[in-house]
Every structure is written in structure tokens, then in C-alpha cells.
Design a protein around this ligand. Structure first.
Ligand code: FES
Ligand SMILES: [Fe+2]
Length: 429
């Protein structure tokens, strides 16, 4: 069942999805404080394994050193070359591809070819910025901010599910990374409602499960959607759910036939059935382009044999189905962005879209409270930059007049065209 008894206001105006200044404020606020999914531990299994990524314009190398995982700036302190431009790989040391400067897990320089030519510079004066890194199950996360909540706190109720769903008795069956021309919130909000299912997934799902089969949880930093399986009644979904129950039983489990999807604010989505666990992380590249990183894991017995072979076959089939559904969604994102660029309206939310409202309310609150951010750990001679400090709230008009966080159903909306209307059920009939 839904919590709201009426339709809801769309709290973010179209410019929240298009404007660079708005994006900059998100980047120094909620996104800067968040934990970001960068990879999985099996990609970083051996000492010398590394991966590179870019989070909010910050090039980062995550690497397994003798003393564990470290996340360091991937920009060399010599003359700013990317230390590695490979997405992932293995090398004996963290060595810059340009002139060969080398770095340790603490970010301090370990080696400079022809070091005497830099005299009187000492290696102890050179240090790469470092970032917080932590894991949950196999998932590896990085936080840009040097202060903030732990990964466990950030994940909240999802942490324990993640430990199991991406834990030791599972295998990774899908890794998918995709860039698209759309604001990051478009991808997130699309995942928070099933209203689009009939139009966007006519063959894979066909129909929305409906209110009677939907359970919503709306917390201050997280929302969730639960439903009994089958999720919908397409042939594909019915077949998958029937067989998933049988596979889980054969592997020794007790099927609950329950589906849960969680949104950890601001940009992490995770979903679970009895057999599979999916994580979908979304990060902005610019105000109108983003990247999604998806991993799907499935139950997978350790011992070789019939059970393991069946689990692997099942995992691959589920992964193919997931990718097909995600592609259907991703195709929609630029079309939504195209409309947002031109829209003069604020939009509306149905009761069934109340998780979007909760997310928008969270974001509005975060942007109103955006505080100065500390920079990452840096060396004495680094160009440690304080992140820009938001001087005013980008949505101050709507903060002061558009809604009351404690009473969203009785709020009043100020529309982009200046028209001020009461948010009453009658508005949405
Ligand atoms: S730029 Fe890295 S060693 Fe010169
Ligand atoms: Fe979808």
C-alpha cells in the first residue's frame, strides 16, 4: 500500500535537471558526502590489481597494496598526467605512465627517476590526495569527503542485505557500465516507480504490480519498495519467477518469493530476490550526462558440481534478462532529458510515485543545508583546494514557499510560470 492518500507535488523544477550551477551545488553537497561504488573485491584480488574511475570530476585509482586497499588521486604530483589511463589492470607498483614517479598506499612518493635533478625537493614532501575506501560484501566504495558517516551508516538497513547478497556464497554474473545524455536524477527517479512499466517494458514486465501488491517504506535517508513475486504477469516474468523458486529450493534455500528494491540516498539503488542481488549506482558526469555502474550477483555454491553448474546457468539467464530491462530504461533517459530542457511546467507525482517525492524532499533539504566541505588529505606542497561553498540555496524559492517537509500533502507549489496553486487532490484528477 502507498502512504500518500493524494497526488504529490513535484518538488524539483526542470532546471534542477539541466543547470550546471545546480549540478555544482549537488556535487559539493549530498554527492560529495556519499559513498560511491567503484568496483568489486574480485577485481582487486591480488596485490598490484587496480582500477581507475572518476567521481565528480576527481580521477581516482583504487589499488590493492600489501597493506590493503587504498584510494588515491590518479593525477601525478609531477606534471599532472593521469598515473594510469587503464580502466583496470595489474602492475607491480603505482607508477606514473609519463616519467615513472611511484607512490605508496599512503600516497607518499616512493621513487623519482633522476631524483637529484629535483633537489632540494625531498620525496617526503610529495603526497597524492587520498580518499576513504571501504567494502560491504564484495562491493568496494569510496568517499571523497574526509569527514562524514561510515559506509555502514550510509547504507543503513541495506548493509546487512548487501553483506549476504554480495557475500561469500555468491558470484558476479553481470557488470554493466553505461554513459548516457541525461541528468543523474532521471535514472534514479525512473527506478523509483513502476508506473512506467506498461509503456517502457511491455514485453519484459507488461504491467505494474499495483497498490495492493506494493509495500513502500519512506525513511529520511532511504526508501524501499517490496512486492510478492511474480512482480508482473508477462510470460517472461512468470516463467522466471516459477523457475527461480525451483532453483532456490534445489540449491537448499527456502524461497520467500519476495522482491525488494532499495534507494539509499542520494544515488545508490539495490534490489533483491531469493536468487539475485543487483546494485545500480548512478553518478553525474555533467548536468546533462551521467554514468551507471551495475553489478548483478547470484547465489552460487562454492563446491563444483551439478548445483554450482545450475546456479551459474541461472545467474547468466537472470543477468541477460536484467540487462534487457535496464536497456529499455536507459533508452528513455535522453528522451526525458529532452523534455526537461524545454519544459515550462513543474510536473506532477502520483501517489504511486511517492518515493520520488521523498527523494526530492531529501535533496531539497540537503541543498538548503549545504555546508562547507573539507578537502581530501593532501601533501604540504599540494594544491589542496577547498570545494566551493554554496552561498545560497539553489532552490531557496521553493524551500521557503513550495513545501513543508513535515507535511508534504498540504504543501503549496510555486510553478515555474509563477502560478501559485494549492496542492489538493483536485489538482491531479
Ligand atoms: S607526470 Fe607523472 S611522472 Fe611526470
Ligand atoms: Fe523500468
Amino acid at each position: 500500500m502507498f502512504h500518500s492518500t493524494t497526488g504529490l507535488p513535484h518538488l524539483l523544477p526542470p532546471r534542477a535537471y539541466c543547470d550546471e550551477a545546480w549540478a555544482a551545488k549537488e556535487n559539493v553537497g549530498p554527492l560529495y558526502q556519499a559513498w560511491h561504488l567503484v568496483g568489486i573485491t574480485s577485481e582487486l584480488a591480488k596485490v598490484g590489481d587496480f582500477l581507475t574511475t572518476e567521481i565528480l570530476g576527481e580521477p581516482i585509482q583504487v589499488r590493492r597494496f600489501q597493506d590493503g586497499l587504498a584510494a588515491l588521486s590518479n593525477v601525478c604530483a609531477h606534471r599532472h598526467c593521469l598515473i594510469s589511463s587503464h580502466k583496470n589492470g595489474h602492475s607491480e607498483s603505482m607508477k606514473c605512465q609519463y616519467h615513472g614517479w611511484e607512490y605508496g598506499s599512503d600516497g607518499f612518493n616512493r621513487k623519482i627517476p633522476s631524483a637529484k635533478d629535483f633537489a632540494p625537493l625531498s620525496r617526503e614532501q610529495i603526497r597524492l590526495p587520498s580518499f576513504q575506501v571501504d567494502t560491504c560484501g564484495e562491493l568496494v566504495f569510496v568517499r571523497l569527503s574526509s569527514t562524514g558517516i561510515s559506509l555502514q551508516e550510509f547504507l543503513g538497513p541495506v548493509a546487512s542485505k548487501m553483506q549476504v547478497g554480495f557475500g561469500p556464497s555468491t558470484c558476479c554474473f553481470l557488470k554493466w557500465e553505461v554513459n548516457y545524455q541525461a541528468n543523474w536524477k532521471i535514472a534514479i527517479e525512473n527506478s523509483l516507480e513502476a508506473y512506467h512499466v506498461q509503456s517502457v517494458h511491455p514485453n519484459t514486465f507488461r504491467s505494474d504490480p499495483g497498490e495492493s501488491r506494493s509495500e513502500h517504506r519512506l525513511d529520511p535517508l532511504h526508501t524501499a519498495f517490496g512486492s510478492d513475486l511474480p512482480f508482473a504477469h508477462s510470460k517472461l516474468d512468470l516463467t522466471f519467477q516459477k523457475w527461480e523458486g525451483r532453483v532456490v529450493k534445489f540449491l537448499g534455500g527456502s524461497p520467500t518469493r519476495r522482491y525488494w528494491q532499495h534507494h539509499v540516498f542520494p544515488n545508490l539503488l539495490c534490489s533483491y530476490t531469493d536468487a539475485i542481488s543487483l546494485v545500480h549506482y548512478v553518478i553525474p558526469i555533467s548536468s546533462m550526462s551521467s554514468r551507471s555502474l551495475v553489478y548483478q550477483f547470484g547465489i552460487c555454491p562454492d563446491r563444483p558440481g551439478l548445483k554450482r553448474s545450475l546456479a551459474k546457468l541461472w545467474g547468466r539467464l537472470e543477468a541477460a534478462c536484467t540487462k534487457r530491462i535496464l536497456k529499455e530504461d536507459v533508452e528513455m533517459y535522453p528522451r526525458i532529458q529532452g523534455g526537461l530542457k524545454a519544459s515550462k511546467q513543474l510536473g506532477r507525482l502520483a501517489r504511486s510515485e511517492e518515493r520520488i517525492h521523498s527523494f526530492q524532499e531529501y535533496l531539497t533539504r540537503q541543498l538548503s543545508n549545504a555546508a562547507p566541505q573539507a578537502s581530501a588529505v593532501t601533501s604540504d606542497n599540494s594544491i589542496a583546494e577547498k570545494k566551493p561553498i554554496p552561498t545560497d540555496c539553489p532552490i531557496k524559492d521553493s524551500c521557503s514557499t513550495a513545501h513543508t517537509p513535515t507535511s508534504p500533502l498540504t504543501s503549496e507549489m510555486r510553478y515555474e510560470d509563477g502560478d501559485k496553486r494549492a496542492n489538493s487532490p483536485g489538482d491531479f484528477t
